[in-house]
Design a protein around this ligand. Sequence first.
Ligand SMILES: [Cu+2]
Length: 159
Amino acid sequence: MISNIGGRAETMNLALKVLGAYLVFLSGTTVLQAQSVTVGDVHIDHPWARPLPAISKIGAVYMTIKNSGVKNDRLVSGSSPVSERVELHTHIHQNGMMMMRPVEKIEVPAGGEAALAPGGAHLMLIGLNSTMTEGTEFPLTLRFEHAGEIALTVKVGQP
Ligand SMILES: [Cu+2]
């Protein structure tokens, strides 16, 4: 009985150690890496947002997402403290007009990349509660199907 409890305590201890290492890993990758972030096979270059006047309630974020792995990955969601929610958008041409449309995921092919750029796929900040002032930065967390969560710092200003 006693050895049983000891074994369980040891398991707990190991679990805490793993959690600790994970947190150190997380903080190491999230702290103000404004220009690029790599987590596993996914590498994110140059996340930036368009500067906007204070009255704007929506904003757009762009970046290049590279996948050096052998498995296709998908960006499935995002969140940021600067907006109520983050949507994944694409641009489509309809009746001669450019329109934005929410999508459920953005493909990041194995050995390839997804370019989130003006006129194409982008992240939409809906319900902005912060002004997109040129030169400032804000945090954004992305969630990928395989790479998991990636936290980045987005710079406001043209790339
Ligand atoms: Cu949009």
